[in-house]
Ligand binder design. Structure first.
Ligand SMILES: CCOC(=O)Cn1cc(-c2ncnc(N)c2C#N)cn1
Length: 295
């Protein structure tokens, strides 16, 4: 599903999963479009997950509302072209803070690797004895650089953020990151989902105010774990991606993850079960029913 042409909009950027357009004649608005693409093992898969873009857009909009009393956000309107209805948002064009603002409430992935090597994450010392999936004594702000497409973001310490954006803005985005994560983690936990970590992006308005942008607390920007299966000391199952990961790692797929080969297409059953997990995550979090749009 490549970026569809949208009359009246100019396509300006494609991420792994989402595409960015600029409305013709406007220099202070952008259109963020979520595709049905899914990535696994650092590959964007050939097989789309139907409705994934709509489900995650609805989830992100819901989270912006849950956080609106804590911080302003970039959402302007959901009045978007029919071709992308339900999976696109018109947003304020901001001066983006050039740092991925990551909050971690649990230790896993690159944070765990850094902890095992140095006993710290992003320069923050941690107690001994933490395992894969351990809940951290308190959530950490663990920023990274914004790597170019296909490159890996690099973990940096707070001093780096101060160097790049200045002390005041660095403090501000750290505070907002940790506040938004704490709110999100508490809400999700009550609903049976552990938000292990998440990535926020912030932008700055011409008046200097700092605004929550990008997507928020979705399974693409966060690790979603089923709370009832949490067991520190092993890799936790992903709420949304485990069916895909297990099938790709199974002999049935015929795929060798260590090869340079792209993953094979997903079987219909894996696609449908994955779609249902996104619907389930949305419905658990919001308490609403996801209404499949009649296309
Ligand atoms: C493909 C989706 O975009 C990204 O992946 C990251 N990104 C965000 C922007 C951005 N730029 C100015 N203003 C904004 N409100 C935003 C937002 N969101 C650019 N790239």
């Amino acid at each position: 599903m490549s970026a569809p042409p949208l009359p009246g909009y100019r396509h300006i950027y494609s991420g792994k999963i989402r595409d960015l357009y600029r409305p013709e004649g406007s220099d202070d608005r952008l259109l963020v479009v979520a595709s049905d693409r899914i990535s696994a093992y650092d590959h964007v898969l050939d097989t789309p997950i139907p409705d994934k873009g709509r489900i995650l857009t609805a989830m992100s909009l819901w989270w912006f509302e849950q956080l609106a009393d804590l911080m302003p956000n970039h959402v302007v309107s959901t009045d978007v072209p029919a071709a992308v209805t339900g999976r696109a948002v018109l947003v304020e064009r901001l001066e983006m803070v050039p740092v991925e603002c990551i909050a971690r409430g649990y230790l896993t992935g690159s944070g765990l690797a850094e902890y095992r090597e140095r006993g710290s994450v992003c320069g923050i010392p941690l107690p001994d004895g933490l395992q894969d999936g351990s809940r951290l004594p308190e959530p950490l702000f663990t920023p990274t650089t914004k790597a170019a497409m296909g490159e890996h973001d690099e973990s940096v310490d707070f001093a780096y953020v101060v160097d790049v954006v200045g002390a005041e803005l660095a403090e501000r985005v750290r505070t907002l990151t940790l506040e938004a994560y704490a709110r999100g983690e508490a809400i999700a936990r009550e609903r049976g989902i552990i938000l292990a970590d998440t990535k926020f992006e912030f932008g700055v308005r011409p008046d200097g105010s700092v605004v929550l942008a990008d997507e928020v607390l979705t399974p693409d920007s966060s690790r979603f774990w089923p709370r009832d299966q949490w067991q520190p000391g092993r890799a936790q199952p992903s709420f949304d991606k485990q069916f895909v990961r297990d099938w790709l790692a199974s002999p049935e797929s015929g795929w060798d993850r260590s090869s340079d080969e792209p993953p094979p297409p997903l079987p219909d059953g894996i696609v449908e079960r994955t779609r249902r997990r996104y619907v389930e995550a949305y419905e658990r979090l919001t308490g609403d029913t996801f209404a499949q749009q009649v296309s």
